[in-house]
Design a protein around this ligand. Structure first.
Ligand code: BT5
Length: 280
């Protein structure tokens, strides 16, 4: 079987609608350091909203807090979209959730892999990570100058392709479906979905995005530990609030709101609460 590759021509053909904001310009790079770095550089030089940078491989693909994102050539998707939303920087957290919701529905359409969101930025299949989102923002005075939404999704990596530290934690669309998958189709659906959800957000506000994220979020109902800049906390993830923050009930019954952090699921399930995350 021929490896379904990434066809930039097909991608541009599929994104020719004049209504598009995200995806109206596609910049393809065979290899780069990090599509987020390239996108930030272009945004600094005034690149208009909606450009998407896609690379076949990254030498310095990155996650949050300087972590590495494994980005081999010829296998997966690494893309970054530049947006300039008229939002307050304090409201920008919803953009990561918007990207996560977009990816879940896009992957569902492209390969039917049942992905859920581990708040705030992980794309999971059960307890394995298939993708992640890194949103980076530049502010000017009280406004957002630009946001780069970086998305990495494992499409055709096979189990032996992962290094030892990711072998038991990572997955791909190929591993989940048992067959090679089209990167072009996944990229197309992701960009179309990002565009659609971005329009919902700027025209209607964040409620539909947060509501959808709640439905797709497998963290809710689970016992979790959350490592944030302030502290490590353990409790039950109860909800995502209207700002996109995680609502955590602690052992003493107190409720706390977490705006950013790393969630680890503790494997016992809370009685009477089934985890969510199915596509509905
Ligand atoms: C993320 O960070 O999950 C955000 C990843 C964003 C990557 C995209 S690729 C396009 C764009 N350009 C960039 O340079 N970045 C973005 P975080 O939640 O911090 O998770 C990072 C952790 O995920 C690592 O420490 C590893 O444990 C794990 N990891 C690294 N590469 C992986 C992969 N390919 N698949 C699954 N897990 C991976």
């Amino acid at each position: 079987m021929q490896l379904p590759d990434l066809s930039v021509e097909e991608l541009r053909d599929g994104l020719s609608s004049p209504e598009l904001i995200i995806g109206r310009e596609i910049i393809f790079l065979p290899a780069t350091s990090s599509t987020n770095s390239v996108a930030c550089g272009l945004a600094e030089k005034g690149q208009r909203e909606g450009a998407v940078i896609i690379a076949d491989s990254q030498t310095h693909g990155r996650g949050r807090l300087g972590r590495q994102w494994l980005s081999p050539a010829g296998k997966n998707l690494y893309l970054s979209a530049i947006i300039r939303p008229a939002l307050s920087p304090a409201d920008a957290a919803v953009l990561t959730l918007m990207a996560a919701v977009s990816c879940v529905s896009a992957i569902g359409k492209a390969s039917s892999v049942p992905v859920s969101i581990k708040w705030p930025n992980d794309l999971m299949v059960s307890d394995r990570k298939m993708g992640g989102i890194l949103a980076e923002m530049k502010t000017e005075a009280e406004n957002i100058a630009y946001v780069v939404i970086g998305i990495g999704i494992n499409i055709n990596s096979d189990a032996p392709d992962f290094p030892d530290d990711l072998k038991t934690t990572a997955t791909s669309a190929r591993i989940e479906t048992g067959s090679l998958q089209s990167r072009t189709l996944h990229a197309l659906e992701i960009i179309k979905s990002l565009d659609a959800w971005y329009k919902v957000l700027i025209r209607t506000g964040r409620k539909p995005v947060v509501d959808s994220c709640r439905r797709l979020c497998s963290t809710i109902g689970q016992r979790v530990t959350v490592a944030s800049e302030q502290a490590g906390l353990t409790g039950t993830a109860e909800d995502i609030d209207s700002d996109g923050a995680l609502i955590l009930r602690l052992a003493d019954g107190a409720v706390t709101k977490i705006s950013a952090g790393d969630v680890t699921i503790i494997k016992t399930r809370v009685k009477g609460q089934e985890p969510r995350g199915k596509l509905c």
